[in-house]
Design a protein around this ligand. Sequence first.
Ligand code: ZN
Length: 181
Amino acid sequence: MHCPFCRHADSRVVDSRTSDDGASIRRRRQCPACNRRFTTIETASLSVVKRSGVTEPFSREKIVTGVRKACQGRPVNEDDLAVLAQRVEESLRAGGSAELDAYEIGLAILGPLRELDEVAYLRFASVYQAFDSLEDFEAAINSLRAEREAREDAVRELDGSGTVDHAQEDPAPAGGASHLA
Ligand SMILES: [Zn+2]
């Protein structure tokens, strides 16, 4: 890169150091023209483009702040929020795009939040997806319920003798497997 002092087009790396958390590399560089030294910091780029068009660096703290509101009064602690923000960042980075908008970030939050707390998920989704009727909530709740039942069925199968035939294996009255009929 250009020397920030004399604008010479090249510079030489004289020292490289990875930060303690491994998220960035600091390089000490020297300009071969004016011999002055300067430092560059290299990080994996991930920026957020705001509605106003302004770009700012991705921040896990902002994810936590955004989700914390939806988690008020829920059994979710700060560690849970930190883990969630980390998962969101990992999935965004895995997506490979260096610039993201609020919509993409919201989308990346929904999955992990749903696993963390369903009520918080519904609150967050209602704002994010702009729910404007009870039907929207109903649809979201029905989809959560269907997934939970699928999960419970899977667990039952693992717990049981391995047979998939619920009707014969579990002749329990009402409730239970009745929805399979
Ligand atoms: Zn220079």
